[in-house]
Design a protein. Structure first.
Ligand code: E4P
Length: 217
């Protein structure tokens, strides 16, 4: 399973990159706004900066909702860097646009996916990635991880090539559960990635080893 970091914060991207386990980055308009990035030029520049920091795919989201607007915006984003993936919402014109991008060899990430039916449409249109929103599903008392498992089963039975990118991750446990359910990629906040490190027995064991090591020096 690949690890993407779900942020537009450069310090956090660098920290995850330095850990040596980072395969890519996802952003969305809310994450860009959180970093105070304003204006088209600044936004475009920020995407290029992120691409220069990491080796893998970087998702950049369109804000148009009509076919022509999505295509125009997506072409501009894709021209910024060869590793930009155009992130397109799961709406009717979004599906049409994903098909167009697929035919024109531009990678896409179909976002705001909350059902298996939507995931089938994204795969039929040829999306590179499909992003089911695990945490937001859990927030509404459904099970986000169950959706990952259902999509993984369908994609395997139907030999769809689209990669399942588990998004809206809220915890280290989500990451483990998504790995078990067959996600190809998890896009996670830095805290959830670092949460994977934690185990009290590791801390207790290390303290004891270091204490005993003093006896041997
Ligand atoms: C990433 O691709 C998604 O936009 C993101 O994971 C959504 O996360 P949230 O539900 O925490 O806003």
């Amino acid at each position: 399973m690949k690890f993407f970091i779900d942020t537009a914060n450069l310090a956090q991207i660098q920290e995850a990159h330095d850990l040596g386990i980072l395969d890519g980055v996802t952003t969305n308009p809310s994450l860009m706004a959180k970093e105070g990035i304003k204006g088209e030029e600044a936004i475009m520049k920020h995407y290029v900066t992120i691409c220069d920091m990491v080796k893998g795919d970087v998702s950049a989201e369109v804000i148009s909702t009509d076919f022509d607007g999505i295509i125009e915006e997506g072409k501009k984003l894709a021209a910024l860097h060869p590793r930009i993936v155009v992130k397109v919402p799961m709406i009717k014109d979004g599906v049409k646009a994903i098909k167009w991008f697929t035919e024109n060899k531009i990678k896409t990430n179909c976002t705001l996916v909350f059902s298996a039916g939507q995931a089938i449409l994204a795969a039929k249109a040829g999306a590179t990635y499909v992003s089911p929103f695990i945490g937001r599903i859990d927030d509404s008392a459904w099970d986000g991880v169950d959706l990952i498992a259902q999509i993984a089963n369908i994609y395997s039975l139907q030999s769809f090539k689209t990669e399942i990118l588990a998004a809206s991750i809220r915890s280290a446990l989500h990451i483990v559960k998504c790995a078990e359910a067959g996600a190809d990629v998890c896009t996670c906040p830095l805290d959830s990635i670092l949460g994977l490190l934690k185990h009290p027995l590791t801390d207790i064991g290390l303290a004891k080893f270091l204490e005993d090591a003093k006896k041997t020096r």
